[in-house]
Design a protein around this ligand. Sequence first.
Ligand SMILES: Cc1cc2nc3c(=O)[nH]c(=O)nc-3n(C[C@H](O)[C@H](O)[C@H](O)COP(=O)(O)OP(=O)(O)OC[C@H]3O[C@@H](n4cnc5c(N)ncnc54)[C@H](O)[C@@H]3O)c2cc1C
Length: 498
Amino acid sequence: MTAVQGPAPELVNADETVTYDALVVGCGVIGPCVATGLARKGKKVLIVERDWSMPDRIVGELMQPGGVRALRTLGMVQSINGIEAMPVTGYTVFYNGEKVVIPYPYKADTGAVEKISGLVRDGNDKIANGDQTISVQDFELDERERGVGFVHGRFLQNLREIVAQEPNITRLQGNVTEILKNKQNEVIGAKVDIAGRGKVDFHAHVTFVCDGIFSRFRRELSPEHVPKVGSSFVGMSLYHAKMPSPNHGHVILGTNHMPILVYQISPEETRILCAFNSPKLPSNIKEWMRKDVQPFIPESLRPSFDDALSQGKFKSMPNSFLPGRQNNVLGLCVIGDALNMRHPLTGGGMTVGLNDVVLLIKKIGNLDFSERELILDELLDYHFERKTYDSVINVLSIALYSLFAADNDNLRALQKGCFKYFKRGGDCVRLPVSFLSGVLPRPFLLTKVFFSVALYAVYVNFEKRGPLGFPVALLEGIAILFTAARVFTPYLYAEMIG
Ligand SMILES: Cc1cc2nc3c(=O)[nH]c(=O)nc-3n(C[C@H](O)[C@H](O)[C@H](O)COP(=O)(O)OP(=O)(O)OC[C@H]3O[C@@H](n4cnc5c(N)ncnc54)[C@H](O)[C@@H]3O)c2cc1C
C-alpha cells in the first residue's frame, strides 16, 4: 500500500493570531496576481487554496495579447516561460469552408505597456531568455502584439511559484468554508478547513474572493449575483495535429453547425472546444461529435481529431454569463470569474481578470489597508473604472456567440455578413481583432463597429436577393437590424449600467 502524502508543512502552518492586510481566497489565475501585486506593495498577505497540486482543466488556455500586457504590467510575464507555451499571432476564421486570416494588431497602434512601481523590477516585465517555444525575438521584437497558448495547469503552477517566492505571502492549503463577518456585517476574514488542524479562523483587513467559475462566495455581494448558463463546451485533446494556420487560434463556423475552437497549447497538444447550445450535454457525446462536429473539421486536422474521437476522452464545461457587480461590502473584494464572466468563445476571461488586477493594484496598492472605509471608497469607484475595459470583451463575446451559434435566419444573415465584413480587410479586421485581443477598450467604438457589421449584413442580403427581391430584402433588412440590436444592446446595457 502506498502512503497518502499530506500537504507540505509550510502549506498548513499559517499563523492565525495575526491580522493580515489581505486574505486571498483561491490561487487560480487571478488570486496569485492579486497576492503578488499586494505583497510587492508591502502588504502582508495570506493566500488560501484548497489544492496546490497541478489542476487538469480545459479552461484558460489561450491568453489574448491584452492579458500578456497585463502580466507585464504586474511584473509576472515570465509565468508563460518554461512551460512549452505556444506563441499566438492571430486568428483564422473558417466559414462554410472559406477562410479569413486575422493577424493581431501592431504594437505601434496599442502603445507602450504600463509598469507598476514596486511590481516591475529586474526585467520581470520581459520574456526570459532561453525558452524553447516562447522566444524574446517573437515577443519583444515583433512588430505585432502576441498572445499565448499553454497547458492551463502548467501556467497556474508558474504563477504559484511566483507567489511562493514572495516573502510577504503566506500560503495555506485548505478549503475556505465561510467568510467571517462582525456584528455590523462587515467582512473580517475567512474560516478555513485545514487537514490536521480542523476549522481555523483567519483575520484580515481586506478579504479578496478569487474562487473562480463555481464561486461559492460571490453571493456575499448579493444573493442575486448568480451566473446564467446558456451553453457548454465539450473539449478534447488532439495530439500532433496539423494546424491549418500554425500559431493561430482557429474559429470554425458554418450555417449547419455550432462554433468550434482549435488552438495549440504545447508542441504536442492542441485543444479543441466544441460548442453545444445547452447547459445540458447530449446524452451520447461521441455520437453527437461524429454527426455534428466531425464533418466540419478542416482536412488537415481530421487524423488527430479522429484519433481523439475514438479514444473518447471528453471534458465539458458550462459557459456562464455574469455581469460585474459593485464591491460595496466593507472588508470584501470579489474579483476574477467570481465577479464577472463572459462567453469563453473569444478567450477573454483571463485578460479581463488580469486587467482588473492591474486597476485594483493601481487604486489601492499604496493605501493603508487598516483604513477599511478608504479602501471601500476606492472599490466603489473601481467598479465604474473597470467597465471601459471589461465591457468590450464581455459584450463582444456574447454578441459573437449569438451570431456564430445562429439558430434563425436573421442571425444566419448576420453571421454571413460578419464573415464577409472580415473579408474586406483593413479596419474591418483591425478593429474587431483589437477589441477581441483586449487592446482597444472603447465600448462605443465597439457599438459602432457592431452595427456597421449589421448594416453590411443587410447589404449582403440585398445583393443576394437581387433587384426583384428588393421588397423582401427590405423587410428582412429591418428584421436583421432588429435582431442585431436584440443580441447586443441588453448586454451592453447590463455591463455599462449595472
Ligand atoms: C470552457 C472554458 C474555456 C475558457 N477558455 C479561456 C481561454 O482560452 N482564455 C481565457 O482568457 N479565459 C478562458 N476561460 C475563462 C478563464 O478560465 C477564467 O476567466 C479564469 O480561470 C478565471 O480565473 P479565476 O482565478 O477567477 O478563477 P479560477 O482560475 O477558476 O481559480 C479559482 C481558484 O480558487 C480555488 N478555490 C475555489 N473555491 C475555494 C475554496 N472554497 N477554498 C479554497 N480555494 C478555493 C480553486 O481551487 C481555484 O484554484 C475559459 C472558461 C471556460 C468555462
